[in-house]
Design a protein around this ligand. Structure first.
Ligand SMILES: C[S@@+](CC[C@H](N)C(=O)[O-])C[C@H]1O[C@@H](n2cnc3c(N)ncnc32)[C@H](O)[C@@H]1O
Length: 236
């Protein structure tokens, strides 16, 4: 569990980000193309949606209704504000709730960096299979190990699958993979810099020390060791 000071730093980091994940504009465009609905009457559902940017992009691009589920109240407020700004508040609703309690399935389901809401990768994919309509699509993205981590990196990130194991878990959960990719190192470098920038803006010695530690952990430890896998899946 994080103490209050750490929680405040994490909130400051998240507040300045469009996406709280190593996700660049090219991938967003590519995902939008690949996640296009293949039928009528689709609804989108983003579980652990952060400040809602990806869900809003999808709903806007395909004129879909949608639900975003996020446990952090400040993120939900930001997401609702963005929906209003874009004229989507009448059809995209953000819920401050535990994703693991959500039971209403959808045709287009998104879960980026929040699989831990259900436990490990296998448990997350099993839950997401129950929430994705037959013939629909799931975007599942999460951290992976690209190479064997040092003891220090493993202490930070715990047990993670590699990309092949993540894809195999998806198949075992009852999905067929439509697309498999990994964040680039440039996406990671941008994400880490943007994440630290939110903390730097606080400008206090404690905030700088926190940012220094994160930078050291990244550059001296998990850079190019921890990756981020992107799976587009369809349930069978
Ligand atoms: C790494 S961030 C990714 C946010 C968003 N998907 C994105 O790509 O910008 C993970 C998000 O999942 C949310 N989260 C984690 N566990 C959750 C749960 N049980 N219910 C709802 N949201 C959860 C966190 O608050 C955080 O906003």
């Amino acid at each position: 569990m994080h103490n209050d000071e750490t929680k405040a730093f994490l909130a400051a980091a998240a507040a300045g980000l469009a996406y709280n994940a190593p996700l660049g504009d090219d991938r967003v465009r590519d995902l939008n193309r690949r996640l296009a609905p293949t039928g009528t009457g689709w609804r989108a559902l983003d579980l652990g949606c952060g400040s809602g940017e990806l869900l809003l992009r999808l709903c806007t691009a395909f004129d879909l209704p949608g639900d975003g589920v996020e446990r952090d109240a400040a993120d939900v407020e930001r997401a609702a504000g963005r929906a209003k700004e874009r004229g989507a508040a009448d059809r995209v609703t953000f819920h401050c709730a535990n994703a693991a309690d959500w039971t209403q399935p959808a045709a287009l389901v998104v879960n980026v960096g929040a699989g831990y809401a259900w436990g490990d990768t296998g448990q997350a994919l099993a839950a997401l299979h129950r929430l994705t309509h037959a013939g629909g699509k799931l975007l599942f993205a999460d951290a992976i190990y690209r190479t064997t981590p040092s003891d220090e990196v493993r202490a930070l990130f715990g047990d993670l699958p590699d990309l092949a194991t993540m894809a195999q878990s998806a198949v075992a959960a009852g999905f067929r993979p439509l697309h498999i990719a990994e964040s680039t190192l440039a996406e990671w470098d941008d994400f880490e810099s943007d994440w630290r920038a939110g903390i730097e803006r606080l400008g206090t010695p404690a905030a700088r020390a926190f940012a220094d530690q994160r930078r050291a952990d990244y550059l001296g430890g998990y850079r190019d060791v921890v990756g981020f896998g992107w799976l587009i899946l369809t349930p069978v």
